[in-house]
Design a protein around this ligand. Structure first.
Ligand code: IMP
Ligand code: MG
Length: 186
């Protein structure tokens, strides 16, 4: 039987480090509560689902949740550059205090697109929280309010992040063995 754990080269961020950093992020978000009376967390699917689940549980202040499906990658490891909304929010966000919850910022194009799209709906405020950030890969400038971890320019999987839609279930952030990518012409 195929076992996803056999494809892992090494773990970059283990469960304990993830969870303690997420609690710190939640505390930082809670401490700015005055500015965010009616906080609405918007999870960017699919990659943000596990981070949202843990961040939401770690948040003490009241908040609502909504989901947005965004597609910015093909099945490979390089961005196509094209961003598409494949599932929109269930509700208007006018006058709401919105926090975008994203798995990773790479080129910045996905978040730049989302930010512009959501700002056009006139929220009271719009902030961004990302679990992972690859600063060396940035192509467009996006203001990010909360960052879990800066990571090197490596393709990572786990904790919501996929390669070819697999590995999202891993409870940590990991780097895959080179042979997993062997069939791709990178
Ligand atoms: P950006 O638009 O280039 O910033 O890419 C952001 C999106 O690309 C993320 O929401 C992820 O879905 C995907 N992505 C970027 N880097 C990685 C990675 O290392 N592993 C898995 N997905 C990634
Ligand atoms: Mg992806």
């Amino acid at each position: 039987m195929r076992d996803v754990y056999q494809d892992i080269d090494h773990i970059l961020i283990d469960e304990q480090k993830l969870q303690s950093r997420i609690q710190e992020l939640a505390d930082a978000i809670t401490s700015t509560a005055n500015d965010h009376e009616d906080l609405l967390l918007i999870c960017v699917l699919k990659g943000g689902f596990m981070f949202l689940a843990d961040l939401s549980r770690a948040l003490k202040r009241p908040h609502e949740l909504d989901f947005m499906g965004i597609s910015s990658y093909g099945s490979g490891v390089k961005s196509s550059g094209a961003v598409q909304i494949i599932m929109d929010l269930k509700q208007p966000i006018v006058d709401r205090h919105v926090l975008i919850v994203e798995d990773i910022i790479d080129s910045g194009r996905t978040l730049q697109y989302m930010r512009r799209n959501l700002l056009a709906r006139n929220p009271a405020s719009l902030h961004i929280c990302t679990l992972l950030n690859k600063p060396s890969r940035r192509e467009v400038d996006v203001p990010v309010d909360y960052i879990g971890f800066d990571i090197p320019d490596k393709f990572v999987v786990g904790y919501g992040l996929d390669f070819d839609e697999i590995y999202r279930n891993l409870p940590f952030i990991a780097v895959l063995k080179p042979e997993v990518f062997a069939h791709l012409n990178l």
